[in-house]
Ligand binder design. Structure first.
Ligand code: FES
Length: 96
């Protein structure tokens, strides 16, 4: 169940992205954090506690919202605009 429920920008253009291998859609003007939490209940799992995280400050200060692209690039979800085609991974990869 999503953590956020969209109440604004419902009619903005859709932006296609991939979240953990599943095709998803955000809206023009979304940050990664908004786009992800409109689809899921967490943006990542803590590498320390194993607990789900959803960001904290929402303004680029706390470092709690790092997400990873399939390419390996790490981005701060609260301050990164969603771009069409992003392939976001919220779950750690398992060793083969
Ligand atoms: S939520 Fe704090 S840096 Fe993004």
């Amino acid at each position: 169940m999503p953590l956020l429920h969209r109440i604004a920008r419902k009619r903005h253009a859709t932006i296609a992205f991939t979240l953990d291998g599943e095709p998803r859609q955000g809206r023009a003007g979304d940050t990664l954090l908004t786009a992800i939490l409109s689809q899921a209940n967490a943006i990542r799992v803590s590498e320390f506690s194993g607990q789900p995280r959803a960001g904290f400050c929402q303004m680029g200060a706390c470092q709690d919202c790092w997400v990873t692209l399939a390419s390996g690039e790490r981005l701060r979800a609260c301050s990164t605009p969603l771009v069409a085609g992003m392939n976001i991974v919220t779950r750690p990869r398992r060793a083969p």
